[in-house]
Design a protein around this ligand. Structure first.
Ligand SMILES: NC(=O)c1ccc[n+]([C@@H]2O[C@H](COP(=O)([O-])OP(=O)(O)OC[C@H]3O[C@@H](n4cnc5c(N)ncnc54)[C@H](OP(=O)(O)O)[C@@H]3O)[C@@H](O)[C@H]2O)c1
Length: 340
């Protein structure tokens, strides 16, 4: 049996903001009888689009980020269903995730590169958000790097996004005051509906330094940075003694065509005995299982609210990715490719 399989190719390295014309959809045939020992044939169910993929479109190739190649299909964290298997521990019908699965409706892959999902009542798409890489980023970035203590003030930027919405909720679970920064009135309302104590609409702000000072009158103990630039600058003026600043992302710079200016106001880190620390979620790989178990419990007990911003179809992957850089998402963007 063979499967006509749509896939998405990188046609040019984006200059500035990615455009639809940087990508192309074409179709190939995947033959089931080409599955070899140790391999499985999978059908793509859900694709995760993430801001860091923009970095992989920059002709990079280092230990942390494998650069995409021109005229080759793109990959990301995806969820798929096993259609046929020649791998000992996987069978037809199993649901699996991979951190590097091709944006292609059907693929033949090595079974050892797939993580079999447990079966429970939770929606599968959660494994691309709170129960997957994004959730682990919020969990370890806040708890292991930010080290929040009860009663402290935790501020997070891109608070209505996939990572940010979880950071604030986990901060609340740890007895902290959770404050968010997000773009637009609707996002502010969404963030507050998650239980954050308050949220600042940065799009209505003229002077970020003044706005953060007013928004955090008791200073900031933990700043979880998803955006970089002027927000980080403004936060540095308002940190408390011994503050921790986990650097998770710097999305405001991802489409820069010139290298961003170096960090400013770092003297405030010195005068406040504060710590700014970058991290990649992969650093905590050996503890993902523990985090997944704990977040599963929180979800089941209603302690954490989920928000999947679901789109539909292969044609929506690229526009959904582009949307991330224009703030056109609330919660985690997941593209559904096929019915479960
Ligand atoms: N360190 C790690 O291992 C790791 C892992 C996963 C993610 N990350 C990083 O975490 C951050 C959040 O990722 P996510 O998946 O949760 O994405 P997301 O927050 O769901 O989506 C991106 C959001 O960023 C905001 N944004 C976009 N352009 C911006 C700009 N120029 N200035 C300020 N804000 C801007 C928008 O929100 P507004 O509408 O509110 O502006 C947008 O909705 C990203 O920087 C990502 O690279 C890091």
């Amino acid at each position: 049996m063979s499967h006509q399989s749509k896939r998405i190719i990188l046609k040019s390295f984006p200059q500035g903001h990615p455009k639809e014309s940087d990508f192309e959809i074409n179709t190939i045939e995947i033959k089931e009888d080409e599955v070899k020992d140790g391999q499985v044939l999978v059908k793509l169910l859900y694709v995760s689009v993430d801001p860091y993929l923009r970095y992989r479109m920059k002709q990079v190739d280092n230990k942390a980020f494998q650069g995409y190649k021109l005229n080759e299909p793109l990959t990301s964290i995806c969820l798929a269903r096993v259609i046929s298997s020649k791998h000992g521990s996987l069978k037809e019908g199993d649901n699996v995730t991979s951190w590097n699965l091709t944006w292609q409706e059907f693929s033949i892959v090595k079974g050892e590169e797939l993580n079999k999902l447990p079966s429970n009542d939770l929606p599968l798409s959660y494994y691309l958000h709170s129960l997957g890489m994004t959730g682990f980023t919020a969990y370890f970035g806040l708890l292991s790097v930010g080290e929040p203590k009860e009663g402290e003030t935790v501020l997070v930027s891109a608070a209505a996004g996939a990572v940010g919405m979880l950071v604030g909720q986990i901060a609340k679970l740890k007895g902290c005051k959770a404050l968010g920064i997000a773009g637009g009135k609707e996002k502010v309302e969404f963030v507050k509906s998650l239980g954050f104590d308050d949220c600042l609409d940065y799009k209505t702000v003229d002077n970020m330094d003044e706005a953060i000072k007013k928004f955090c009158p008791n200073g900031i103990d933990v700043y979880f940075d998803n955006v970089g630039s002027e927000t980080l600058d403004a936060v540095l003026l308002n940190i408390n003694d011994g503050a921790r600043l986990p650097l998770c992302g710097s999305i405001s710079n991802y489409n820069d065509t010139k290298e961003a200016q170096g960090p400013r106001r770092t003297f405030n880190l010195i005068s406040k005995n504060a710590k700014m620390e970058g991290f990649l979620v992969s650093k905590y790989g050996k503890d993902f299982g523990k985090a997944q178990q704990e977040i599963t419990e929180w979800l089941k007990q209603g302690k954490i609210k989920e928000q999947i911003d679901e789109r539909n179809g292969m044609e929506k992957i690229v526009p959904s990715f582009i949307d991330l850089f224009h703030g056109r998402n609330t919660g985690k963007v997941v593209v559904k490719i096929a019915d479960e």
